[in-house]
Write a protein that binds this ligand. Structure first.
Ligand code: FMN
Length: 340
C-alpha cells in the first residue's frame, strides 16, 4: 500500500536530435516554468545554428473555460520566457529576449559559455514549485523581498488589501464550483494515477496537490474524471481554498496591462518575484480564481484601487519543509522543433 503512495518524480526525455546536452538541459530548466493547470501551452522552434529560440502559444492546449481571453496563457508564456532566459544565464550564457506585439517572442542566446555555471541559480530554478499546502501565518516582512518591481504590491496578513483578496478569492471559488464548464476543464487537467502522469507528462498530480503517501493512495483510489466533475469534489475545492487563504503570510499582487506583450511582462515579473521567494524559502501558490471571474475581478480592482489591473495573485508564506518540484513536464521533443 505504502509503495503505491511513493512520490512520483518524472524525468522527461531531454535529448534533442543535433542539440548539445547543455542546451537541452537549459531547455529542460525552462520547461520547469509555472503555468496554468500544468498545461504547458508553449510551442518552441530552436534555430540551433543561429542560437535563436522562437516561442509562441500552442493553440492546441487552450483553457477555454478558465481563460477564454488567453490572459493567463500569455502570463504563462512570460513565465516560460523568463525562466528560459534565467536558465541560459545560470549556465553562463547571455540571452536577450524580444517580445512581439502578437504575443510571440524571440530569445537569442550565446552558443558558448562566457561565464561560469551559477550552480546556486540552477538549484533555485529546479527547486521552485507551486505549494498548495497551508503555510504559517507568520507575517511576511515585505522588505525582505528585495528587488520587487513597482508592479508588485505586497499585502501582509491582516491588512485591508489581504482581506479584499481573500474575500474575492473565496467568492470566485464558490462561483467556479457552480460552473460546469469550469469543473469539466479542471477535471480534464487533474491526474488520477501515476501511469496517467507518466503518459501525459502534464496536469495536476496528487503530489502537486500536497498529498502525502497515504492520502495519495486514497485519492487515486477514490477519484476519477467523473467524480472530479461532481458536487462533492467542488465542495472540497471550496474548503481547501478557505484553508489556503486563511493560512499564509501575505498576498502579492502583480499588476499590468491587458495586451499580450504586457501580460508576458507580468509573467516575467512573476518569475523574478517567485525566484526571490524561493531563495528565501518562502512558499508560493498563485491563486487566480478572483481574476478569472469577471465580478470578483471588478470588485478587487475597485477595492485595491491600483492604477493598472491586478493580473496575478500569489499566496506566500513560510513552511517547515519547502518540498520539491516533481518535474511533471512533457518530453522536450514533444513541443520543440529543431531547425538547422
Ligand atoms: C498564470 C498562472 C495561473 C495559475 N493559477 C493557479 C491557481 O489558481 N491555483 C493554483 O494552485 N496554482 C495556480 N498556478 C500554478 C500552476 O498550477 C503550476 O505552476 C503548475 O501546475 C506547474 O506546477 P509547478 O509550479 O509546481 O511547477 C498558476 C500558474 C500560472 C502561471
Amino acid at each position: 500500500m505504502l509503495m503505491l503512495g511513493s512520490p512520483l518524480r518524472l524525468n522527461p526525455r531531454t535529448n534533442l536530435d543535433g542539440v548539445d546536452q547543455e542546451t537541452s538541459e537549459i531547455l529542460y530548466l525552462g520547461s520547469l516554468a509555472p503555468n496554468s493547470h500544468n498545461s504547458q501551452p508553449w510551442k518552441v522552434t530552436l534555430h540551433e545554428r543561429s542560437g535563436i529560440v522562437d516561442i509562441q502559444l500552442d493553440d492546441a492546449r487552450p483553457l477555454l473555460a478558465s481563460d477564454p481571453d488567453r490572459r493567463e496563457s500569455y502570463i504563462t508564456l512570460g513565465c516560460y520566457i523568463q525562466t528560459l532566459q534565467e536558465a541560459f544565464e545560470a549556465y553562463g550564457r547571455n540571452a536577450d529576449v524580444e517580445v512581439h506585439a502578437d504575443g510571440s517572442a524571440t530569445l537569442t542566446f550565446e552558443k558558448w559559455r562566457t561565464g561560469g555555471i551559477d550552480t546556486a541559480k540552477v538549484s533555485i530554478l529546479k527547486k521552485r514549485h507551486t505549494d498548495k499546502r497551508i503555510f504559517s501565518k507568520e507575517p511576511i516582512h515585505c522588505e525582505c523581498l528585495q528587488g520587487l518591481g513597482e508592479s508588485t504590491i505586497c499585502y501582509p496578513e491582516s491588512t485591508e488589501g489581504y482581506r479584499a483578496i481573500a474575500d474575492a478569492t473565496l467568492s470566485a471559488v464558490a462561483m467556479q464550483a457552480d460552473d460546469l464548464a469550469f469543473r469539466e476543464e479542471l477535471a480534464q487537467w487533474m491526474r488520477y494515477s501515476d501511469d496517467e502522469v507518466r503518459e501525459t507528462g502534464d496536469g495536476i498530480t496528487a503530489e502537486m496537490l500536497g498529498l502525502g503517501r497515504i492520502m495519495k493512495v486514497l485519492y487515486y483510489l477514490t477519484t476519477n474524471r467523473e467524480s472530479a466533475e461532481g458536487d462533492a469534489f467542488a465542495r472540497q475545492g471550496i474548503e481547501t481554498a478557505e484553508n489556503q487563504v486563511r493560512n499564509c503570510g501575505a498576498f502579492l499582487a502583480i499588476t499590468g496591462g491587458d495586451s499580450p506583450e504586457e501580460l508576458i511582462d507580468v509573467g516575467r515579473e512573476t518569475i523574478r518575484v517567485w525566484l526571490a521567494c524561493t531563495r528565501l524559502n518562502i512558499s508560493v501558490q498563485p491563486m487566480s480564481a478572483a481574476l478569472e471571474v469577471n465580478e470578483t475581478r471588478a470588485q478587487l480592482e475597485s477595492e485595491l484601487g491600483r492604477d493598472l489591473p491586478v493580473q496575478m495573485i500569489l499566496r506566500i508564506g513560510y513552511v517547515k519543509d519547502y518540498g520539491e518540484n516533481m518535474g511533471v513536464r512533457r518530453d522536450l521533443d514533444e513541443y520543440i522543433e529543431i531547425v538547422g
